[in-house]
Design a protein around this ligand. Structure first.
Ligand code: AHM
Ligand code: MG
Length: 297
């Protein structure tokens, strides 16, 4: 089944399906930039220098497509300081993007991703509880999409014709997970967080961390476990952004029967007070997130 038939089956509107297609259509142009863009001059050696530009190019490509679609009322991007107001003629969606998350991994050719959330009320600052759907595109050996809405979480693979085919339906975060993915520098962790991570080793969980949120979360979703990016000493808000990273991933985790917490409350209860609002996050299998909240008290 293709992504658009799947969305129709979930009773998504034509405007919504068109909105998703606008984003899907930008994957090829974004991946072309990895090869040096229009000049086709990119080489492995160039990647380091091009890395910052690739973030910005992915951002430009997506925002340009949003503007010409007429479907977007408000857009927010990790690459932009402010909410971007657009002229919309239909749909009137609020859309947040992290256009190329984990871009520091591009020089090493590890997986990176695009993270998206959609607000049907058009208001991206209205609170994470208003997210109506979220997805990520994982640019790895395969181009994958993990899409979540009120009907649950499904995984798609991009085929040779540039169409996403359904490969997994009704994905659930296993309560029998054996992976942990701990962000942030050990020396900057709080004592309680250090103890929590130590307890994972003692319980036989395996460390899997690449430094790119999309693949790191994807392996937690696939095998079960917990991803954390904690409050740091001198940086209690942690690193990850509420609007562009934590919000969409928390929506996906909860839709898969998992959980996401800032260490105290559900992250989906957060109402951002600025575009760059950040939060600590513990996300993954419900049992492990509950245990983390207990141990951090
Ligand atoms: P970025 O948006 O600047 O790429 O930063 C976000 C990334 C996430 O992909 C990842 O989970 C985290 O930052 C890794 O941070 P660290 O290098 O501190 O482990
Ligand atoms: Mg990011």
């Amino acid at each position: 089944m293709t992504l658009s038939s799947y969305l129709q089956g979930n009773n998504q509107s034509k405007d919504f399906i068109d909105m998703i297609q606008v984003i899907v259509d930008q994957i090829k142009p974004i991946k072309t930039e990895f090869l040096g863009g229009d000049k086709k001059a990119g080489t492995y050696n160039l990647y380091g220098e091009e890395q910052i530009k690739l973030d910005k190019r992915a951002n430009e490509i997506l925002l340009t497509a949003f503007k010409s679609s007429g479907l977007v009322k408000q857009a927010g991007s990790e690459e932009e300081a402010d909410v971007i107001h657009m002229e919309s003629t239909r749909g009137h969606f609020g859309v947040t993007i992290d256009p190329l998350d984990g871009s520091s991994l591009i020089p090493t050719n590890l997986a990176v991703g695009i993270i998206v959330s959609i607000y049907e009320n058009g208001e991206i600052m209205s609170g994470l509880s208003n997210i109506k759907s979220a997805f990520y595109i994982l640019l790895g050996p395969l181009t994958l999409m993990v899409f979540a809405d009120q009907s649950g979480v499904s995984q798609f693979v991009l085929n040779d014709e540039g169409v996403f085919d359904l490969v997994k339906e009704d994905m659930k975060l296993s309560e029998d997970g054996k992976l942990y993915s701990p962000g942030g520098l050990y020396t900057k962790w709080t004592e309680k967080h250090k103890q929590l991570i130590k307890s994972y080793e003692e319980a036989g969980l395996k460390l899997r961390y690449s430094g790119s949120f999309v693949p790191d979360f994807h392996q937690i979703l696939t095998y079960g476990g917990i991803f954390s990016y904690p409050a740091l000493i001198e940086k209690p808000e942690g690193k990850l952004r509420v609007l562009f990273e934590v919000g969409p991933m928390s929506f996906i985790a909860e839709a898969a029967g998992g959980a996401a917490s800032d260490g105290v409350k559900r992250t989906l209860e957060i109402v951002p007070n600025k575009v760059d609002h950040r939060t600590p996050v513990y996300i993954g299998s419900k049992n492990l997130v509950s245990e983390a909240i207990e141990k951090l008290k």
